[in-house]
Ligand binder design. Structure first.
Ligand code: 2M8
Length: 449
C-alpha cells in the first residue's frame, strides 16, 4: 500500500472516537462540523457506511431550528483542553438532549460529502470490488443513510437560507469569523477591527498555543479577545438569530460559505432523488441558482475576484484571498471559469515561482496581508485545494484539476497529514495529524486515473 495512504488511514483511526472523528488529537478534541464533512469522504474510501456514520454523529448535535453547530463537544475531554469549551456557549436550551454544542455554524459541505460517499459506494457496487456482495450491501446501506439524513440536511440548508439570509439575497451571513472556517483570513480584518471587545479579559486562556510549535501559526490574542466577545454577544441574545442579524457587531455576507452552500444545494437535489423526494430537487437547484446570481453581484471584474460584503456598512471587503475563487466552487459561466483558472495559475496564487508546490495559498502571495506562517493568512490548506480540485473537475477543467491533485499528493507525501503548509519552504504547520488532511489524501488517492 502507498505510504501516504497508510499514514492517512492511521491518522483517521487515531482520531476516531467510535462513530465520529476529532480533527486532531490535541488541538481539536471535539467534533467539528465541516471537518466532519471532509472526514466522512475520507472514511468512505475505506468504508462508505462509516462515512455516513460520521455525518449521522455530527447531526446528533443539530438544533431544532435546523442549524448544524460548528462543534459537538465530547464531554469526556478534560475541561480547559479546548477553549471556548461547552460552558462558554449558553446553548443548553437549544442543543438536543444529550448533546453539548457551540452556538454558531460552519460551511455546509455536508450534502456534497454525502453525495460523494454515495458516488464511491455506487462506483464500488458497479465495479464489483468483492465477490461476496458486500459492495452491493454497502450501497444499500448508504442509500438507507441518504433516506435517513436527507430531511436533516434539507432543514440545515433551509435554516441557512432563512435565518442567515432573511431577505433572500442568495448570500449567507456569518456572525463570527469561526463560522467561515477561514478564521483569521485577512477578509475579516476590517469588520473584526470594528468590533469593540469591551472588557473582555486581556489574558484569555489559549490552550491552542501550547499545541503548536510557534504561536505565530495561530490567531493573535487581539483576535481571540474579539472572537470571545462575539461569542458573549450571541449568548447575551440567547442565540436569537433575528436579533443577531440586526445588531450583532460582526455580520458579513461570506462568498466562500455561500458558494459551498450553492454546490451543496445542487448535491442535495441529487440526494432528494435518492431519498424518494424528487419533487424537492427543483427547489434546491433554484436556491443554488439564486446564490450564483448573488455571487455575480459580488464580482470585482478589475481584479478577477469575488468579494464578501460587510453587512453593517454595506461595503465590499477588499481582500485577495482564496475566497475570491468562490464562483468556481458555486459553478459559474464558462468565461468566468476561464478567468478564474487563469488567476489560479497566476503569480498571485498557485503560479508564484516562490512556492515550493504550485498550490493555491490561502491569501494571495502579492497581497500586503500575506503571511507565510499565520494560519489562514498565507499557508496552503489541503481541504481548500480539494474544493478547488473538485470544482475544476466539475467545470470540465480536467488538466487543471489533475494538476492540483497530483501536486497536492506530492505535497502530502512530503509533509504528511499536517494541518497547513508554509508555502515557500513546505514546512508542515499546525497539527501533524489532521483528520481532514488525511481524508482528502484518501479521496485523491481513490481518484488515481
Ligand atoms: C479551526 O478553527 C477552530 C475554531 O472553529 C479553532 O481555531 O479553534 C479552523 O481551521 C476551522 O476551519 C476548522 O474547522 C477547525 C478544526 O479543524 O480549526
Amino acid at each position: 500500500m502507498d505510504d501516504l495512504a497508510r499514514q492517512a488511514i492511521e491518522v483517521l483511526w487515531r482520531n476516531a472516537r467510535g462513530s465520529w472523528t476529532r480533527p486532531s488529537p490535541r488541538l481539536y478534541p471535539h467534533q467539528w462540523s465541516w471537518d466532519a464533512g471532509f472526514v466522512a469522504m475520507g472514511w468512505a474510501q475505506l468504508d462508505p457506511v462509516r462515512g455516513v456514520a460520521e455525518l449521522r454523529s455530527l447531526l446528533r448535535g443539530q438544533w431544532a431550528t435546523g442549524m448544524v453547530p460548528q462543534i459537538v463537544f465530547d464531554l469526556t475531554v478534560a475541561r480547559g483542553a479546548y477553549e471556548p469549551g461547552p460552558n462558554a456557549w449558553g446553548t443548553a436550551r437549544h442543543a438536543p438532549a444529550g448533546a453539548a454544542t457551540s452556538g454558531i455554524c460552519q460551511p455546509a459541505i455536508h450534502a456534497i460529502a454525502l453525495a460523494r460517499i454515495r458516488e464511491v459506494a455506487a462506483g464500488r457496487a458497479h465495479d464489483g470490488h468483492d465477490d461476496d456482495g458486500h459492495d452491493l450491501d454497502s450501497l444499500d446501506a448508504v442509500d438507507a443513510g441518504v433516506v435517513e439524513l436527507y430531511p436533516a440536511l434539507a432543514a440545515w440548508h433551509r435554516w441557512l437560507h432563512t435565518a442567515r439570509d432573511p431577505e433572500g439575497s442568495g448570500l449567507v451571513t456569518i456572525l463570527h469569523p469561526w463560522e467561515s472556517g477561514l478564521d483569521n483570513s485577512p477578509r475579516w480584518d476590517a469588520p473584526l477591527a470594528a468590533v469593540d471587545p469591551g472588557d473582555e479579559a486581556e489574558d484569555l486562556p489559549r490552550p491552542d498555543l501550547t499545541y503548536v510549535a510557534d504561536p505565530d501559526e495561530r490567531p493573535t490574542d487581539a483576535e481571540y479577545r474579539r472572537y470571545r466577545h462575539l461569542v458573549d454577544r450571541l449568548v447575551a441574545v440567547d442565540h436569537d438569530q433575528a436579533k443577531a442579524m440586526v445588531d450583532h457587531p460582526f455580520r458579513v455576507a461570506d462568498v466562500w460559505s455561500s458558494a459551498i452552500l450553492a454546490a451543496a444545494d445542487d448535491a442535495l437535489a441529487d440526494l432528494a432523488v435518492v431519498a424518494g423526494r424528487p419533487e424537492d430537487a427543483d427547489e434546491h437547484h433554484a436556491a443554488a441558482a439564486r446564490t450564483r446570481d448573488a455571487l455575480d453581484g459580488c464580482w470585482d471584474a478589475e481584479h478577477a475576484r469575488c468579494l464578501d460584503v460587510d453587512r453593517r456598512t454595506g461595503e465590499s471587503i477588499e481582500a485577495d484571498t482564496i475566497a475570491g475563487f468562490a464562483p468556481l466552487v458555486a459553478g459559474t459561466s464558462v468565461d468566468r471559469t476561464a478567468i478564474l483558472v487563469e488567476r489560479l495559475w497566476s503569480p498571485s496564487f498557485a503560479g508564484s515561482p516562490s512556492l515550493r508546490w504550485a498550490l493555491p495559498p490561502s491569501t494571495a502571495v502579492d497581497s500586503d496581508a500575506f503571511d507565510l506562517r499565520a494560519y489562514w493568512r498565507g499557508p496552503q490548506w489541503p481541504p481548500m485545494t480539494w474544493l478547488l480540485w473538485w470544482s475544476l473537475g466539475r467545470a470540465g477543467h480536467r488538466r487543471s484539476s489533475e494538476r492540483l491533485r497530483t501536486t497536492a499528493l506530492d505535497q502530502l507525501r512530503s509533509t504528511g497529514c499536517t494541518e497547513y503548509v508554509e508555502p515557500r519552504t513546505g514546512e508542515p504547520l499546525g497539527s501533524d495529524a489532521q483528520s481532514w488532511t488525511a481524508a482528502v489524501a484518501l479521496d485523491w488517492l481513490g481518484h488515481e486515473p
